[in-house]
Design a protein around this ligand. Structure first.
Ligand SMILES: Cc1cc2nc3c(=O)[nH]c(=O)nc-3n(C[C@H](O)[C@H](O)[C@H](O)COP(=O)(O)OP(=O)(O)OC[C@H]3O[C@@H](n4cnc5c(N)ncnc54)[C@H](O)[C@@H]3O)c2cc1C
Length: 446
């Protein structure tokens, strides 16, 4: 496999050598490190790498350079490798420019000079960024393939389930994708057996349940012990935080989640107000970090698995599960959060999963490509979904009953929406009806 590149540019030879040395010392086995004094030459090299089908994982650029500022270099470089992480090397006097770049350029980090000792100030940051990059980077697709109809509710549930569990997959819509027909032929799948899920090892599941998929991808739905100190029901941010503390205190901790870890937050395309993440992070990223932290402390996680009843016996609490035997514990923490309020309007319920989706911006974004999307509601989740979907859809309409978003949405989201050309607000409006046979075809708005 070709190693991805880390590109460093700084016009100060000594600084460039020092950072090149430090980055190489730590990352040379997994990345090629290229250090270039001139930002213009660095851009030329980046273009060449693109032509040679190489990949850049990270750009590190000084801010003050004679030919162009670091922010300008990163802006140009990101057009060529949009997924690469971007770090600006700054002095105290440049902090303002760096903070501005977090908003304008989606800068991932600004690193103050000097960065010694690198073990403390450089490596943790770069490791974190590269891990993030690795998690979203897919070289050539070899993972799970889902073949089905876009308007099938089961296809949607499977996509939503895998997205929530942070499992990458490729979606093949039989109505638009030629490869889907080939896969159906090769694997002898009847159309009434769709959706089908193909795994890396060649295994095939037809019209599978979430539990069957969960078992296949190695999710645990049976507890390893009979008795726990603490059982946490629900793996949203509250449950995950409780799990980290339970585990770190050495308690035998079990967390049970009915759908996918992350809860509501896990479905967010971008959380910008979470303490400690100045550039924001996606819900899936937050979930991945919290899960890793909980697992590191020895927490056991059952998912997908629903707690359906709780009783007490001999001073123990006994939990009954949707699947698997009962579980005994001293303490239960209930962090089951909230569920979506559904749109109780004629024709909508029947089309859920077939053009009507609840909070599935990330799972269904690609199917919205070049289409008109209507988001019902004016809260922060609507704002985030609108921003995210505006990158895929032709137009995004936010349908709200009030006259403006002011009392329901955070200011930072309203500001972003106001400067996004393909998002419009339909104020003083309600969705009165959903119409369509096997899929949503039109809606009536009053
Ligand atoms: C799209 C979206 C974007 C958001 N963006 C932001 C933001 O930018 N900033 C912000 O501060 N907040 C945001 N929020 C709100 C934030 O996500 C919630 O406040 C937070 O997730 C609540 O955490 P929680 O752990 O209490 O509950 P939840 O996140 O609701 O998690 C509860 C979990 O419990 C599970 N569960 C329920 N019943 C059972 C059962 N019987 N057995 C097993 N498991 C069960 C559920 O499946 C779920 O995973 C957003 C919410 C949404 C939907």
């Amino acid at each position: 496999m070709k190693l991805p590149f880390i590109i460093i540019t700084d016009d100060d030879t000594q600084v460039l050598r020092a950072i090149q040395r430090d980055v190489r010392n730590k990352f040379r086995e997994e990345y090629k490190v290229l250090a270039i004094e001139s930002a213009v030459e660095a851009l030329g090299a980046v273009k060449e790498l693109e032509l040679k089908n190489e990949t850049v994982a990270l750009f590190i650029s000084d801010q003050r350079m004679p030919e162009m500022e670091g922010t300008a270099f990163l802006d140009k470089a990101k057009d060529i490798f949009p997924d690469a992480k971007k770090v600006l090397l700054t002095a105290y006097s440049d902090i303002e420019a760096a903070i501005k770049a977090i908003n304008t350029l989606k800068l991932d980090y600004y690193l103050l000079k000097p960065w010694s000792p690198p073990e403390e100030k450089l490596y943790p940051v770069i490791t974190d960024l590269l891990e993030d990059w690795q998690n979203s980077f897919t070289p050539e697709f070899e993972g799970i393939k889902i073949i089905g109809y876009q308007w099938s509710p089961l296809s949607h549930r499977i996509k939503d389930f895998l997205t929530g569990n942070l499992i990458p997959y490729k979606w093949f819509d039989v109505e638009v994708n030629k490869e889907a027909a080939e896969l159906i032929n090769i694997h002898k799948i009847e159309t009434d057996e769709l959706p089908a899920v193909l795994f890396e090892d060649g295994a095939l599941l037809k019209s599978p349940t979430e539990i069957a998929i969960g078992e296949k991808i190695g999710l645990k739905s049976t507890a390893s012990q009979e008795l726990y100190d603490v059982v946490i029901i629900g793996a949203g941010p509250a449950g995950l935080a409780a799990a980290v503390y339970g585990g770190s205190e050495g308690l035998r901790t079990l967390m049970i989640e009915k759908k996918a870890p992350g809860g509501q937050a896990g479905t967010s395309s971008r959380i910008e107000n979470y303490l400690g993440f100045p550039s924001g992070l996606s819900g899936s990223d937050l979930t991945r970090r919290a899960l890793t932290q909980a697992l590191r402390f020895g927490v056991e996680i059952l998912s997908p698995c629903q707690v359906i009843d709780i009783n007490t016996k001999d001073n123990y609490k006994i939990l009954s599960l949707s699947n698997g035997p009962e579980i005994k514990t001293h303490t239960i923490i209930i962090s089951t959060g909230v569920d979506y309020r559904t749109l109780d309007v004629k024709g909508i319920n029947e089309l859920s999963g077939a053009g009507v989706y609840y909070g599935s911006a990330t799972a269904e974004a690609h199917s919205c490509k070049d289409k008109n999307v209507f988001i019902v509601g004016g809260g922060n989740s609507a704002g985030q979904a609108a921003m995210y979907l505006s990158g895929f859809a032709k137009n995004v309409f936010i349908v709200i009953r009030k006259s403006s978003l002011d009392s329901t949405m955070s200011r930072y989201l309203i500001d972003q929406i106001n400067i996004t050309n393909n998002i419009s607000i339909m104020a003083n409006s309600v969705v009165a009806e959903g119409i369509g046979k096997n899929r949503l075809e039109c809606i009536t708005i009053k």
